[in-house]
Design a binder for this molecule. Structure first.
Ligand SMILES: Nc1nc2c(ncn2[C@@H]2O[C@H](COP(=O)(O)OP(=O)(O)OP(=O)(O)O)[C@@H](O)[C@H]2O)c(=O)[nH]1
Ligand SMILES: [Mg+2]
Length: 324
């Protein structure tokens, strides 16, 4: 069993296995994680965080892979977090690319990690932020987070990043779907992928219309709509340039600081919620109290109010979560 101090030293020494270990701790809610991150926190904040989200099969992994290629060509290291990938870097040519990446063990410039959303006790966004922090502390310069934009949990993962790229493609999950799913709201860059497929042109103009019709505050960022065919490597540079423009915008007027402050708040909230959940419900006996009150005929909201005031009054004794 490794101590947090141990793992921190190994990470500082450039051991990639330590990155993987820490991310597992974050994912499993291991009590050692907090201390480890604390010891690394001064190294966190340099990495540039980009999220890639959108409906299933839109080409998120293909684009992530292309972004990785561009970053490597520019001499920048890349850490990739794929959240619950249904097709983790599996599409045809992609697989080849990934295998090449993994075979290049001497290329310590790319790190790929996937994370499951199931069983994460609603702590997925928190875990994704943690994972980015770990990769950031290690020194990866470009952090790419891929997640399918379907459920709220996956959506919340975009809290972890500075720039959200929403990838759409003509067909099944097209513009209207995207609007319904709220994808437009979170987008900093809108990508119409599969520009080689019929309907791409139409989707592009629909999205441009939707963006221009949306009200936004003075000085707010207006997401550009960019077309590409990531599968053919076409137009990807243009998408990356749009990401860079958003970063330039973030760099002024405290935009990045505001975004990061939101991210830190989400991390704290996640940690508190999970901590309370574990301490009160699992080990603090609130469950039994709730059952007893309900059995005595109290209404659910009366029970909730009673438990909340018991917690605030400190009359609930949370047992320490037995860790390590
Ligand atoms: N025609 C065409 N197909 C593409 C393009 N880009 C990606 N594809 C194909 O679309 C399919 C899905 O690509 P992925 O990159 O795996 O998509 P994804 O969004 O990561 O998919 P999930 O992670 O499963 O949600 C694959 O078969 C790709 O080869 C493109 O520009 N044009
Ligand atoms: Mg994918």
């Amino acid at each position: 069993m490794s101590s947090a101090a141990d793992i921190v030293e190994r990470l500082k020494a450039g051991e990639r296995a330590a990155v993987a270990r820490l991310i597992s701790w974050a994912e499993n809610g291991d009590p050692r994680f907090g201390g480890a991150l604390g010891a690394l926190f001064e190294r966190v904040g340099r990495g540039r965080r980009t999220g890639i989200t959108g409906p299933p099969g839109a080409g998120k992994s293909t684009l992530t892979n292309e972004f990785t290629g561009l970053s490597r060509a520019a001499g920048r290291t890349v850490g990739i977090l794929a959240v619950d990938p249904s097709s983790p870097f599996s599409g045809g040519a992609l697989l080849g690319d990934r295998i090449r990446m993994e075979e290049r063990t001497s290329d310590s410039g790319v790190f790929i990690r996937s994370m499951a959303s199931r069983g994460s006790h609603g702590g997925l966004a928190r875990a994704a932020i943690d994972a980015c922090d770990v990769m950031d502390a290690f020194g990866f310069e470009e952090l790419l987070v891929e997640t399918v934009g379907v459920g709220q949990a996956e959506f919340d993962v975009m809290e972890a990043v500075d720039t959200v790229v929403v990838v759409l493609c003509p067909g099944a999950g097209d513009g209207i779907q995207a609007m319904k799913a709220g994808l437009l709201e979170v987008a900093d860059v809108l990508v119409v992928n599969k520009a080689d497929v019929a309907g791409a042109e139409r989707l592009l103009t629909d999205l441009e219309d939707a963006v221009s019709l949306r009200r936004r505050a003075e000085g707010a960022w207006e997401p550009p709509v960019v077309a590409c065919a990531a599968g053919r490597g076409e137009g990807v540079t243009g998408v990356w340039e749009a990401v860079e423009r958003h970063r330039a915008w973030l760099a002024v007027d405290g935009h990045l600081e505001a975004r990061r402050a939101r991210l830190r708040l989400a991390q704290v909230r996640g940690a508190v919620a999970e901590g309370l959940d574990g301490r009160l419900w699992r080990s603090g006996g609130l469950d039994e109290r709730a059952r007893a009150l309900l059995a005595a005929g109290e209404t659910p909201y009366d029970v909730a109010a009673e438990l909340l005031s018991a917690v605030s009054a400190g009359s609930v004794e949370p047992e320490e979560v037995s860790g390590s």
